[in-house]
Design a protein around this ligand. Structure first.
Ligand SMILES: [Fe+2]
Ligand SMILES: [Fe+2]
Length: 161
């Protein structure tokens, strides 16, 4: 049986993102271990989580004009999850079983790749994912403790100094 376990290798240093990813691992595990009569209930909870999880990251990306194909990757995965939901409801478990096998590798790649890049960028530009806004610049031009000046561009560093 496939398994997905949380480990610090999956942490991206952004508490809200890491908490969401821990929940993904828990809900995936519930689907992978569900008895046939409970499969759809567990699967629906996993899909509901994944929709909210991806929508949360999409909002952050939009707020900071994050470039790249990350959002499209989320949409591709959701399309697969919705398609498999219909197949399972019709009694066809073939693709659901393949999904359970393949999701751990996909999740580890996505979390350590696209999500890690997003977390780094959000921290770099001072975006506060809890407040869903930028860390305010204090009077007198000094940034508050959330300012990651060291990772900004030269122009931003000048503004930050
Ligand atoms: Fe994620
Ligand atoms: Fe993502």
């Amino acid at each position: 049986m496939s398994s997905l376990e949380w480990s610090e290798k999956l942490e991206n240093g952004l508490a809200r993102m890491d908490d969401t990813h821990r929940e993904f691992v828990e809900l995936y595990t519930a689907v992978a271990n569900a008895a046939p009569e409970h499969f759809l209930t567990a699967y629906d909870a996993f899909v509901a989580h994944t929709e909210a999880h991806f929508a949360q990251e999409n909002r952050w990306m939009e707020a900071v004009d994050f470039p790249g194909c990350h959002r499209a990757e989320h949409e591709r995965v959701l399309a697969v999850l919705h398609d498999i939901r219909k197949r399972v409801a019709n009694g066809d478990m073939f693709f659901a079983r393949r999904l359970i096998q393949e999701l751990p590798a996909w999740f580890e790649n996505h979390t350590n790749g696209m999500d890690a890049a997003l977390a780094f960028h959000l921290n770099s530009v001072g975006y506060d994912v809890e407040a869903e806004g930028f860390v305010p610049v204090e009077e007198g031009g000094e940034k508050s403790a959330g300012c990651a000046c060291a990772t900004l561009t030269a122009d931003d560093k000048a503004a930050c100094a």
